[in-house]
Design a protein around this ligand. Structure first.
Ligand SMILES: *Cc1c(COP(=O)(O)O)cnc(C)c1O
Length: 380
């Protein structure tokens, strides 16, 4: 077998994105402006929501959502124990307490049964994560939480994904997407906050821009040059640039094609790898679309020929990049030091941290690339 070099992820960017940034560069309007506005409108339409606000990242978007709900010291926000560290860091940015909830072994997503046990009178919000593009079980989550607890979807990996045929980003009070290059569409760095709630929308639009009551664009094109905004909220500068907005506009029309291709190759993997008894393959939604941000397997330690890390090293030697799915956040040093967690507090998150393995799946891979990954796994 001739050696190949297959990366874990690689964005599809090229001439179209290159051309897209020319217009803002030539016009001189490079901060948030008409390109961002158009990107927001089209992103909102694609995800069936009334409002979308482009921001600098999913992390800042999540922070902004908590700020829009006035979450602060004394409040608790539930987050899954197995996720990217940003999901819980944003709770700490507000001075509130992240309350970790274990995840399901099969879906990697927050476990509704464990949510029930962790509810308290201080719980103000919950951030279910649609990990790796599979939507969390939103119906069950809504069933177990009181109706005054706000739901913020961490849809970082879930652009274009759906649950019961409703798009991610429209399933809670607010949703937040990421356009980091490891997600399915990218603007370099960037994020998008979605909501159907007009009151929250007003707050989000202000919080993104220092709390200003009118946007720079309104001020620029409006008829009243003497007008300065009022600032009645403590806001941030989380604005996306129009350069990124232009790239987003070039990427968004490709989203559905990207997901379709990823789904096709995910099925190809599932078919070709199903009889490897030590490798547990990811679940698919019963009634919706998986975004397939990544294809994350579980290396069963009781059956695998080698420990996971040795498998990953061997694959890397052969040119196949893999990664652990993501972190058990309670096992990260900052969280251990702050809260004194032990690994066993959230056993499923602990095991997934140690045994999960993402294998390459992205829109620049070809059939021989997939076959090469499959052969390497089968030959272990
Ligand atoms: C990537 C990711 C984030 C952070 O997104 P950024 O845009 O890099 O801030 C947050 N949550 C999850 C689940 C992610 O995968």
């Amino acid at each position: 077998m001739k050696k190949r070099d297959i990366q874990i992820a690689l964005p599809v960017t090229g001439e179209e994105e290159w051309n897209a940034v020319k217009e803002p560069l030539l016009s001189g309007w490079i901060t948030q402006g008409p390109k961002v506005a158009e990107f927001e409108k089209k992103f909102a339409d694609r995800h069936s929501v009334k409002h979308a606000f482009a921001v600098t990242s999913c992390t800042t978007g999540l922070h902004m959502c908590l700020a829009a709900l006035d979450i602060g010291p004394g409040d608790e926000v539930m987050v899954p124990a197995f996720t990217w560290v940003a999901t819980s860091n944003v709770v700490l940015y507000c001075g509130a307490k992240p309350v970790f909830v274990d995840v399901c072994r099969k879906t990697y997503n927050i476990d509704p049964e464990s949510i029930k046990k962790n509810l308290s009178s201080k719980t103000k919000a919950i951030i279910p994560v649609h990990l790796f593009g599979l939507c969390a079980d939103m119906d069950q989550i809504k069933k177990v939480i009181p109706s005054d607890i706000k739901i913020i979807e961490d849809a970082a990996c879930a652009a274009g994904a759906s649950y019961n045929n409703e798009p991610a980003g429209s399933l809670g009070d607010m949703g937040v997407f990421s356009f980091h290059p490891r997600k399915s569409i990218t603007t370099g760095e960037g994020g998008m906050v979605t909501t159907n709630d007009d009151g929250l929308a007003q707050k989000l639009s202000q919080l993104r821009n220092h709390g200003a009551t009118i946007s720079e664009e309104q001020r620029h094109i409006g008829p009243k040059p003497y007008m300065l905004p009022d600032f009645n909220l403590l806001g941030f500068n989380y604005r996306m640039t129009d350069l990124q907005g232009a790239v987003g506009l070039a990427q968004l029309p490709k989203l559905d094609k990207f997901i379709e291709e990823r789904s096709k190759w995910a099925r190809y993997y599932k078919d070709a790898l199903k009889d490897i008894d030590w490798l547990i393959l990811p679940e698919e939604p019963k009634n919706g679309t998986h975004g397939w941000q990544s294809f994350v397997t579980f290396v069963d330690p009781s059956k695998s020929p080698l420990p996971r890390n040795e498998i990953m090293e061997l694959l890397q030697k052969n040119g196949v990049s893999t990664r652990p799915g993501t972190h058990a956040v309670h096992m990260l040093n900052y969280y251990i030091d702050t809260y004194g967690f032990s690994a066993d507090d959230f056993p499923n998150a602990r095991d997934l941290d140690k045994q999960s393995m993402a294998i390459p799946l992205h829109n620049r891979m070809t059939q021989p690339d997939y076959d090469y990954v499959i052969d390497n796994l089968r030959n272990l």
